[in-house]
Design a protein around this ligand. Structure first.
Ligand code: E4P
Length: 220
């Protein structure tokens, strides 16, 4: 499973990238706005930190303008994936941009039917939002399971990116459901490291060792 960070914050991205396990980044207009810099500038800085797919979202709502923004975003860096919303205009823009060889992440997907539309339009990535479905009393993970099954049935190449993941359990469940990618806030990635038995075990190992050897081992 590929791990993407769902943030536009440069400090978080630097910390995550230093661990060597971050495969890409997703941003959205809200995340970009939080950082206070215009999208082109912020995304360019993100591309300098993480070497992987970087999703940058259009803010237009009409096909022609989405395509124009898509061209502008894709020129920022070779790793840019243009994000289009799952609307009629967004799907038309996806079809056009994909036809030109520009990779598109179709976002704001909340049903398997919508995911089918994105795959048929040639999307590189589909982003079903797990947490936001949970928020309205649905089981978001069911959507990941349906989409991975449907895509497998027809051999669609579109990658499933489980988005709006809010906890380590979400990440594990998305991986179990066969999601190709999971995008998560920095806090969730950090939480994946934690287990009380790891801390306890390490403490005991070091205590036992230090009881016998006072010095740290040296090579040779
Ligand atoms: C995905 O690309 C979105 O940016 C993101 O996962 C949305 O998550 P949220 O529902 O926690 O805002």
């Amino acid at each position: 499973m590929k791990f993407f960070l769902d943030t536009a914050n440069l400090d978080e991205l630097k910390k995550g990238a230093a661990w060597g396990i971050v495969d890409g980044v997703t941003t959205n207009p809200s995340l970009i706005a939080k950082e206070g810099r215009p999208i082109v500038e912020q995304v360019r800085m993100i591309c300098d930190i993480v070497d992987g797919d970087i999703s940058a979202e259009v803010v237009a709502t009409e096909t022609k303008e989405m395509i124009r923004e898509g061209h502008e975003l894709s020129r920022i860096h070779k790793n840019i994936v243009v994000k289009c919303p799952l609307t009629r205009d967004g799907i038309r823009a996806t079809k056009a941009l994909s036809g030109e060889g520009i990779r598109v992440n179709v976002t704001l997907c909340f049903s398997a039917g919508q995911a089918l539309l994105a795959a048929k339009a040639g999307a590189y990535i589909i982003s079903p939002f797990v947490g936001r479905l949970d928020d309205i009393g649905w089981t978001g993970m069911e959507l990941i399971r349906s989409i991975t099954t449907i895509y497998r049935n027809y051999g669609y190449k579109t990658q499933v990116l489980a988005a709006s993941l809010r906890s380590p359990t979400h990440v594990i469940d998305a991986a179990t459901a066969g999601s190709h990618i999971g995008t998560m806030p920095f806090k969730v990635l950090d939480m994946l490291f934690n287990h009380p038995l790891t801390d306890k075990g390490l403490e005991q190992f070091l205590k036992d060792y230090n009881k016998v050897f006072q010095e740290t081992p040296v090579a040779g």
